[in-house]
Design a protein around this ligand. Structure first.
Ligand code: KIV
Length: 272
């Protein structure tokens, strides 16, 4: 039986929950700037994540830890100016919510007020429950993030698949149930076994959006620069490349270099 797709003028947190109950998969991609966000929004992607992966992708840091709240607000406000339909989710960066719930709320308020983003995302479960509750009580929608949580990379030690063992898988399911219970509107599940991810998605009514979590979840998210093939050195199994922009851009830059040096550019029709 085919599912009738509802046309959403603007995606809201409610639309995402509705999509899950209608069996419609949710698409999500990252963007950190106006130009990219305009293309992603115009292509009909449901959710734009202003991820703290900007720390790696835009700034060249090894981890997501160095990016600041001010930098996230800068990226998010550029994205928000471009968007007409997508829901914009903004990551709370490392150090802006872990110390106490009041600080978490202050950071979330700054993001909402100064960037115009529509919601925030925080990494973790039970440990940050009070912070999430405080943010939700202020009327700010929260997306959770479980599984591989890159802000804790120095605790994990590696970026390998999480929750392969029963104890960690059980905790992850408990955390997902908790995030649903306290009022998160969705959860990102990163790099966990597909069977576990499907079990989590089937156990809760809010959407589970996977990255490296298989096809049994309610939606998929990728880092846009990775799926466009701009980042050659990053090759996880879950990544599908839709373009080879690294090659395409290198060819264009080389041609431009040749044209400038050979005085082929600009020609008569390209000048005043
Ligand atoms: O920051 C980010 O891009 C993310 C995605 C990997 C989900 O959190």
């Amino acid at each position: 039986m085919s599912v009738a797709k509802k046309q959403y003028k603007r995606i809201t947190t409610k639309s995402l929950v509705e999509m899950k109950s209608n069996g419609e998969k949710i698409s999500m991609l990252t963007a950190y700037d106006y130009t990219m966000a305009k293309i992603v929004d115009g292509a009909g992607i449901d959710v734009i994540l202003v991820g703290d992966s900007a720390s790696n992708v835009m700034a060249g840091h090894e981890t997501t830890l160095p990016i600041t709240l001010d930098e996230m607000i800068y990226h998010a406000s550029s994205v928000v100016r471009a968007v007409h339909r997508s829901l914009v989710v903004v990551d709370l960066p490392f150090g802006s919510y872990q110390s106490d719930p009041k600080e978490a709320l202050r950071s979330a308020i700054r993001i909402m007020k100064e960037s115009g983003g529509h919601s925030v995302k925080l990494e973790g479960g039970k440990e940050i429950k009070e912070s999430i509750k405080r943010i939700l009580n202020a009327g700010i929608p929260v997306m959770g993030h479980l599984g591989l949580t890159p802000q804790s990379i120095y605790k994990f030690g590696t970026y390998t698949v999480r929750a392969k063992e029963e104890e960690e898988a059980d905790k992850l399911l408990e955390d997902a149930l908790l995030l649903e219970r306290i009022g998160c509107f969705a959860i990102v599940l990163e790099k966990v076994p597909a069977t576990l991810a499907q079990k989590v998605a089937e156990s809760i009514s809010i959407p589970v959006i996977g990255i490296g979590a298989g096809g049994g979840v309610d939606g998929q998210v990728l880092v846009t620069h990775d799926m466009l093939g701009m980042t050659h050195e990053f090759n996880p199994r879950f990544l599908r490349r839709y373009l080879d922009m690294y090659e395409g851009m290198t060819t264009a830059f080389k041609q431009y270099n040749t044209d400038v040096k050979s005085k082929d550019f600009p020609n008569e029709s390209e000048q005043y």
